[in-house]
Each structure stands twice: as structure tokens, then as C-alpha cells.
Design a protein around this ligand. Structure first.
Ligand code: SF4
Ligand code: SF4
Length: 253
């Protein structure tokens, strides 16, 4: 509507259309910042006027509330991320909000520089958090599905302490080479093929691919209990390939 009505608004934006604001994933926002965007704006339909039964705009709102706290955690000004809800007929409102947001981002300055964060440090922090997105979404899935009716509740959905704890107590999974019996159950159930699996070989989790869903921990048979949860601590290095073969004792005749 803003374009059809020839309304003027900031020219520094790049529009990316999606079918629903709920499609805008936390990872997209983090990637935009990693790629050097100074601000991200998400425009969704008015709350409770979603075209879909999924109410995707509430998902978008919760994702933004979470992302803003994550931004605070890494030292970025959360005002660089904004969400607004409006109908397609509200061109004037869109133009006003875009110009206002453009001015705000200019006032904040280039990403990271405005906050005096070292650029390399910022890049590596954003990359680290982006890798944890599936884990973050899993751990916070109940809050991410909330439907907050009152804007006064927005700032309380996620707290700073909660987000600091989320990153200081990240869970990792590790297969104990002394206990693994290569039954292959975990590898068959891993949703992202993160477990290096071969017959009669101790199984190993590829930590780069693992999304920390915990399935391997749950499905490893109780008689083996080979998968352990490690909270907020480094994972031991994988056992070298040449030492992975399991030597089974032959049964006495
Ligand atoms: S935690 Fe999930 S993703 Fe990671 S290795 Fe286990 S099953 Fe695969
Ligand atoms: S389920 Fe347990 S015992 Fe079986 S391969 Fe995986 S880690 Fe090893």
C-alpha cells in the first residue's frame, strides 16, 4: 500500500517477502546481523488477524522477544530489532514506522561499533549462537508458543538471567567409548545423522552436527547407558578411529 500510494520512507531498507511473519526464524535474524545488517525489522499482520490457524505472528513476536534478550546477552542494543503488526491497508503507518526505525538504526551506528564490541568477537559470538538455534528453540519451545495478549507482559517473557543461564549451561551429549556396544540404536534415531556409526565400532557424536535434541540419550538401552549429558562443560575429544573397534569376549563353549 505504501508503494502504491507513493509514500516516502527510508531508502536504506531491503525488503524480503515471506508468506507469514512466523516464517522468520531466529536463525534468519542472527544471520542478517552476522552478514553486517545494522537493524532488522519484521512486519506482521495484526495479532489475532492471522490468515492461518497457526497464528504465526505470535511466533514471530516471541522469537523477537527471545532474540532481543540474546542480543543483550552478546552486548548488542536490542533496539536494532523491531517487530510491528499492521494490515496491508496501513501504508501510512508502514512508511512512518520504517522511517522511524531507519533513523533509530542510524542513531545507533554500525552494528557492534555503536556498542563498542570488537568485530571479530561479535562475529564469533553470533556464529556460536546461530549454531545453537535448534537447541534454543527446543529448550524454549513452550515460551515460544505463548500467546501474550498484553504488551506489558512482553518484556517479562524471557529474562536476562534465564538467557545467561541458557548459554552457561548448554547441554552436550557424549558417548562413553568404554560403555558403547555399537548396537546402532542411537545412530538410527538421530534426526540429523550426527552419529558416526559402523558395525562393531564405538559410536561417536559429531559435535558440529549435533543439535542437542537428547534422542540418543533417551534411546541408548539401559543395559549400556553409554550416552552421557554434559552440562556447561567441554566434551572430551572423540576416541581416535583406530581405537574404535569393539573386541567382544567369545562365549565359553
Ligand atoms: S543429541 Fe540428538 S542430534 Fe545430537 S547426536 Fe544425539 S540424537 Fe543426534
Ligand atoms: S545406543 Fe548406546 S550402545 Fe548403542 S550404539 Fe548408541 S551409544 Fe552405543
Amino acid at each position: 500500500m505504501a508503494g502504491v500510494s507513493r509514500l516516502q520512507y527510508t531508502t536504506e531498507i531491503r525488503l524480503i517477502r515471506v508468506m507469514c511473519s512466523g516464517r522468520v526464524d531466529l536463525e534468519f535474524v542472527l544471520r542478517a546481523f552476522s552478514n553486517g545488517m545494522d537493524g532488522v525489522f519484521i512486519g506482521g499482520c495484526r495479532l489475532n488477524e492471522c490468515n492461518y490457524s497457526t497464528h504465526g505472528n505470535y511466533h514471530a513476536l516471541n522469537m523477537v522477544l527471545l532474540c532481543r534478550k540474546i542480543m543483550e546477552h552478546v552486548g548488542l542494543n536490542p533496539e536494532r530489532l523491531r517487530i510491528e503488526f499492521m494490515s496491508s491497508a496501513e501504508g501510512i503507518l508502514f512508511a512512518e514506522v520504517m522511517s522511524e526505525f531507519g533513523n533509530k538504526v542510524k542513531e545507533l551506528g554500525p552494528l557492534g561499533k555503536g556498542e563498542r564490541i570488537d568485530q571479530n568477537e561479535l562475529k564469533s559470538k553470533l556464529a556460536e549462537i546461530t549454531k545453537l538455534v535448534p537447541y534454543i528453540k527446543l529448550v524454549k519451545k513452550e515460551k515460544l508458543a505463548s500467546r501474550l495478549e498484553n504488551p506489558e507482559e512482553y518484556d517479562r517473557l524471557f529474562t536476562k538471567d534465564e538467557i545467561d543461564k541458557l548459554f552457561s549451561e548448554v547441554i552436550s551429549y557424549y558417548i562413553d567409548p568404554e560403555k558403547c556396544q555399537a548396537c546402532m540404536t542411537c545412530a538410527k534415531r538421530c534426526p540429523v545423522e550426527a552419529i558416526l556409526s559402523a558395525k562393531n565400532q564405538v559410536h561417536v557424536i559429531d559435535q558440529e552436527k549435533c543439535i542437542k535434541c537428547g534422542t540418543c540419550f533417551e534411546v541408548c538401552p539401559p543395559k549400556f547407558r553409554a550416552v552421557t549429558e554434559i552440562v556447561g562443560a567441554p566434551v572430551p575429544p572423540p576416541i581416535p578411529e583406530e581405537k574404535r573397534t569393539i573386541v567382544r569376549k567369545s562365549k565359553p563353549r
